[in-house]
Write a protein that binds this ligand. Structure first.
Ligand code: MG
Length: 373
């Protein structure tokens, strides 16, 4: 049966981070997010876009996403409704690329549909709803002393994996310091595309630290160089930025570009894309984990639900919201205990919006209705 959609609201919010978060590309001080609300007969579903104001991660931007959503995807949804959220990705191939814009709207429809049916999102997706093992992703610190202190706090809190950001010239010092202080902790590094094949010898020198994986060492859209690099390292390579569709995940696995996969619904194009990518990974026994984009409560809740799908066998980035924000846009605290994140109970993504705080952090807001088209 086709679900009609009465309205779609696109809202841009700006929420300060508790402290700046640095990787090899950019320092984030405020989270700017596109929040999508879809409504029908008094029930609302929510999605959160992970595109940034400027293309620091992949090409999509907040302004570009608002155009794609407002002028193409939202009118399509209002005009035709939705018979099955899993079919939207295929229906929206008339818009080239822009997986993050598509995901923000598609995820809101999944949430709406699950709430209408009175089932939790994990059930609609085919997950198991069990608590999700999580690790901590730590930004570039001012020095190794400060980093070790931060690692110690997270190890004490029970996080199941520590991932540290690295950049050229700092990687050996950073990893040596953490490994010396914590010989047994599950450890990985994320380069956010900072290296080239010319750095192969230096990256191979990280093999002695027993890392779980090196995340996205090379170019943000590359598969082939990663396959060349993977053949020369003992440490597994995990891809993040390069995987912008389920088809790219399949291709990466076929060429041997990675042996661990970071799943992000926004980057892949939505929850149906996550299901397809997860199926591709399970078929060849490659472990997955759910990555993070400093999500607010709506995106974080979606991540928790999707990470209960089969094959998410490594700790993900969906750590406690309070690590990143002093106040979140949802009422339910999304906090990990001993490295486990419980799935928010109730229909859909299981969280409710803190309306007064949401209004306080809103930059722009536009409501689309079928009547306006
Ligand atoms: Mg990453």
């Amino acid at each position: 049966m086709t679900t009609a959609v009465d309205f779609v609201e696109l809202r841009v919010v700006r929420v300060p981070l508790r402290q700046p978060f640095a990787n090899s590309v950019h320092v984030t001080t405020d989270k700017v997010a596109v929040l999508v609300t879809v409504g029908h007969e008094g029930i609302e579903g929510y999605g959160e876009g992970v595109m940034e104001p400027l293309p620091w991660f992949r090409e999509e931007t907040v302004d570009g996403a608002l155009t794609v959503l407002g002028e193409a995807l939202v009118p399509d949804l209002l005009r035709h409704g939705c018979a099955d959220p899993a079919a939207l990705a295929d229906r929206w191939t008339f818009v080239r690329g822009n997986p993050m814009a598509k995901a923000a709207l598609e995820m809101a429809v999944w949430d709406l549909r699950a709430r209408q049916q009175g089932v939790p999102l994990w059930q609609a997706l085919g997950g198991d709803g069990q608590p999700v093992p999580v690790g901590a992703a730590l930004g570039l610190a001012d020095g190794e002393g400060a980093l070790i202190e931060t690692v110690a706090q997270h190890v004490e809190q029970g996080y199941r994996r520590i991932k540290v950001k690295v950049r050229p010239g700092r990687e050996q010092d950073i990893v040596t310091a953490v490994r010396d202080a914590f010989p047994d902790v599950a450890l990985s590094v994320d380069a956010n595309c900072a290296y080239t094949l010319a750095d192969t010898t230096m990256l191979a020198a990280l093999d002695r630290f027993g890392l779980d994986y090196i995340e996205q060492p090379l170019h943000w859209d590359d598969l082939i160089d990663h396959a060349v690099l993977a053949a020369q390292l003992d440490t597994p390579i995990c891809l993040d930025e390069s995987l912008n569709s389920p088809e790219r995940v399949t291709a990466a696995l076929e060429v041997g570009a990675c042996s661990v996969v970071n799943i992000k619904a926004g980057r892949l194009g939505g929850l149906a894309a996550v299901q397809r990518a997860a199926e591709a990974c399970r078929r060849v026994g490659v472990p997955m984990w759910c990555g993070g984009m400093l999500e607010l409560g709506i995106g974080r809740a979606h991540n928790i639900h999707l990470a209960t799908l089969a094959g998410f066998d490594l700790p993900g980035d969906t750590a406690s919201a309070s690590r990143t924000y002093t106040r979140d846009i949802v009422n339910e605290p999304l906090e990990a205990t001993a490295g486990l994140m419980a799935v928010p109970p109730g229909p859909g993504i299981g969280v409710t919006v803190d309306r007064s705080f949401l209004d306080a952090v809103t930059v722009t807001r536009h409501r689309h209705t079928g009547a306006s088209r």
